[in-house]
Design a protein around this ligand. Structure first.
Ligand SMILES: NC(=O)c1ccc[n+]([C@@H]2O[C@H](COP(=O)([O-])OP(=O)(O)OC[C@H]3O[C@@H](n4cnc5c(N)ncnc54)[C@H](OP(=O)(O)O)[C@@H]3O)[C@@H](O)[C@H]2O)c1
Length: 349
């Protein structure tokens, strides 16, 4: 099968599209034929071993897992003998990062607790855009942020992969949502349901006198004191993403502020969670949350996908198409999208 492999840490240039052995599922694994896989900032961190300490878990000198890719959507091709939740032919999606990654490939073996049946109303591409970003937003708002209906919630970095899900999830919980993004993203973020939008290139949300019960920092580079200033006296601040300086500050000062005041401030390292993904499936099927795909790339143009994501200005998610789910003539891809890679192993082609 084809897979995007990396043997050493570095830029997207170290990635190679290669033939590798098709995996065989162990007793507790599901073999998934991958139709689409989305790229996440986590793939970039692992690719570059940045921050350096990531090497303690991903391999000191060389990457342990040679194939990146966590967020897959595909069809179950075979199952191990202990698999209870899925059968061959099921359409699934999930975040396989806790089980060894490997999504940038035509086939991958996954633990069944990493997978959920694909929402019936979503294409494989749309489903692949969901897992890590949406579950991060959900865990930030619900698990750590304890979001309540009627709360005033601010999402910074609202136009990225995590941010767009955060805006919609907060609305689904009945919050009044303020989204912070740049000028070109104002309309798209409004269309996600944001009640108020702030253009960070023109207005400083920490200086306009407004206060929020819950702030989710999905991206950006504001200091903890900036966020504290716009938090209500009993408010909660959750950082899921942003600049490294911001993360270090939150890790150092957040616990102290949370202990010594009525405000709660801290960061979240999201974990794949089957129940959380199943909850997202419900929101997606109810139409309360809709994934936004900025760009789609064929597997053969994986390096372009990584470089684009690395620029840090994606509007929603970047998705790589591995197998075509429908004949080309019925697939309505925007004109700018490259002709998809047709997998050599696709039967009947
Ligand atoms: N904690 C966790 O477990 C976890 C999980 C997933 C991701 N993350 C982290 O979360 C961060 C965001 O992930 P993502 O997938 O959403 O990334 P992404 O899709 O690459 O984010 C890109 C978006 O961020 C916006 N942005 C960039 N600079 C900004 C700024 N200064 N202020 C406000 N918005 C800004 C961009 O909007 P403009 O073009 O308008 O600037 C763009 O829409 C990353 O740092 C990632 O590592 C953490």
């Amino acid at each position: 099968m084809k897979a995007i492999v990396y043997e050493e840490y570095g830029s997207p240039d170290v990635l190679e599209l290669r033939d590798v052995e098709k995996p065989t599922p162990k007793d507790d694994e599901v073999l998934v034929k991958v139709y689409a896989v989305s790229a996440n900032a986590a793939d970039l961190h692992l690719l570059r071993a940045d921050p350096f300490l990531i090497r303690l878990s991903s391999g000191l000198l060389k990457p342990k897992n040679k194939i990146l890719g966590s967020d897959i959507a595909g069809r179950v091709e075979a199952i191990g003998r202990n698999i209870k939740q899925f059968k061959p032919g099921d359409e699934v999606f999930g975040d396989i990062s806790a089980g060894g990654w490997g999504g940038f490939a035509e086939y991958v073996c996954a633990r069944e607790d990493a997978l959920v049946l694909k929402p019936a109303n979503l294409s494989f591409e749309e489903a692949a855009a969901v897992p890590m970003a949406a579950v991060t937003a959900l865990q930030g708002l619900r698990t750590k942020g304890q979001i309540q209906p009627g709360q005033k919630v601010l999402i910074n970095g609202a136009s990225g992969g995590v941010g767009m899900f955060a805006v919609q999830i907060a609305k689904a919980f009945g919050a009044e949502v303020t989204a912070v993004c740049s000028t070109r993203n104002l309309n798209i973020v409004r269309s996600m349901g944001a009640d108020h939008v702030i253009d960070y290139t023109r207005e400083d949300f920490t200086q306009n006198g407004k206060r929020y019960d819950l702030i989710l920092a999905a991206n950006g580079d504001r200091s903890i004191s900036d966020y504290r200033r716009v938090l209500t006296p009993r408010g909660t601040y959750v950082m899921t993403g942003g600049a490294m300086a911001q993360l270090s500050e939150v890790m150092l000062k957040g616990p102290w502020i949370s202990m010594t005041s009525s405000q709660k401030m801290g960061n979240l390292l999201a974990k794949p969670n089957q129940q959380d993904l199943a909850f997202m499936k419900e929101l997606l099927e109810a139409g309360k949350v809709v994934p936004t795909i900025d760009r789609r790339f064929p597997l053969s143009e994986f390096a372009k996908a990584f470089r684009y994501l690395e620029e840090g200005h994606a509007q929603g998610k970047v998705v790589i198409i591995v197998h075509q789910a429908v004949p080309n003539k019925s697939l309505h891809l925007p004109a700018a999208i490259p002709v998809p890679f047709i997998a050599a192993s696709e039967p009947g082609r």
